[in-house]
Design a protein around this ligand. Structure first.
Ligand code: 2RA
Length: 336
């Protein structure tokens, strides 16, 4: 497979390189693309130096089989025709095409088979907060149909990119040095704070990030599930956490749900509160799985179940999910 990474210098772009290497992805050549600013940068992959090419409207994608794209929605929209013109499959991490009817929105643990129907050669990767939630919801849905979900997210700085991580680190340094803190990436200082605001507010009072959780979950799960989300930025460097409450058609016991999560590929159960064991982002950054804990019966509703999950948003929430899509498509011979 000849693979392209578009947006190679970004946090997700860099993670693509790591994940392709870790998983020994079957590639014959890796081509890196970036903006005019990134063009010329050199990255090492499997001991070989690769120079970033500038993304342009030309024939550079002629021999590419798979393009892993994470360069923002505007770039994805503008370059999708160029990238897919000669048959390359574009796996896109932006929100540009996620809700388009003719673009599958895929989280392989939930709906891998949707990859078979991609008339535009584009497969969309879901938003990071949605990805980790639907993996665990699928395990619950296997036991009883989920009617409703309430979720609050605790999203790390990494969700806003490498520069947001750098800002949080700098705020910590400046605080320790008794200096004034710089606030550019978020609406407020993140250090020692929680900010209940991710992406822009919409007319219904929810933010766009919250509405992504609503629409994307329904599309991926092919379900009438109701989702009400509050998305929150917390001063964590990497890996998002979510507190989830779900109402199912039939009651599901914590024991049944825990057993299903243990069986489910892609989930690790970490649920031993007596020993202070539950998932935490500080320990789980860099891991592949979605980690679940604090599984308990909802005391306010016989059909309710509550739990907590943590997953690395750059990995399963972005790069790993995209590479898993590519792996599935190769396995199913959906790519040339
Ligand atoms: C965030 N979910 O954490 C976003 C990134 N896609 O800001």
């Amino acid at each position: 497979m000849k693979v392209a990474v578009v947006g190679a210098s970004g946090a997700v772009g860099q993670e693509f390189l790591k994940v392709l290497d870790e998983r020994d992805f079957p590639l014959s050549e890796l081509v890196l693309f970036g903006s005019e600013r990134s063009a010329g940068k050199v990255y090492t992959f499997k001991g070989k130096e690769i120079k970033v090419k500038e993304l342009k409207h030309n024939d550079d994608f002629k021999d590419i089989d798979i393009a892993l794209v994470s360069a923002g929605g505007g770039i994805s929209k503008e370059f999708a025709p160029t990238i897919t013109k000669y048959g390359a499959i574009m796996i896109d991490n932006s929100s540009a095409f996620r809700l388009d009817d003719d673009v599958p929105l895929v989280v392989p643990e939930v709906n891998a088979e949707e990859c078979k129907n991609a008339p535009r050669n584009i497969i969309a990767n879901a938003n990071c907060t949605t990805i980790q939630m639907v993996v665990v919801l699928k395990a619950l849905e296997n036991l009883s149909h989920i009617k409703r979900v309430h979720v609050s997210s605790y999203q790390s700085a990494s969700g806003a990119g490498a520069s947001a991580m750098a800002e949080l680190e700098q705020q910590a340094k400046d605080f320790a040095a008794n200096k004034e803190l710089t606030v550019e990436k978020f609406a407020h200082q993140l250090l020692f704070n929680v900010i209940p605001h991710i992406d822009v507010f919409t007319e219904n009072g929810y933010t766009k990030e919250e509405m992504k959780m609503y629409h994307e979950t329904r599309k991926i799960m092919n379900s009438d599930i109701q989702v009400s989300a509050t998305t929150v930025r917390v001063p964590v460097m990497r890996a998002h956490s979510e507190s989830i409450w779900a109402e199912t058609e039939k009651p599901v016991s914590p024991e049944e749900f825990r057993a299903e999560c243990e069986r489910f590929k892609g989930i690790t159960v970490m649920d031993n509160p007596q020993a202070n064991e539950y998932p935490m982002p500080f320990e789980l950054a860099g891991e592949n799985d979605v980690f679940v804990g604090r599984i308990r019966k909802d005391i306010s509703n016989p059909n309710g179940i509550a739990f907590w999950c943590v997953s690395d948003q750059i990995k399963k929430g972005a790069a790993l999910n995209a590479v898993q899509i590519a792996e599935y498509m190769i396995e199913q011979k959906l790519i040339k």
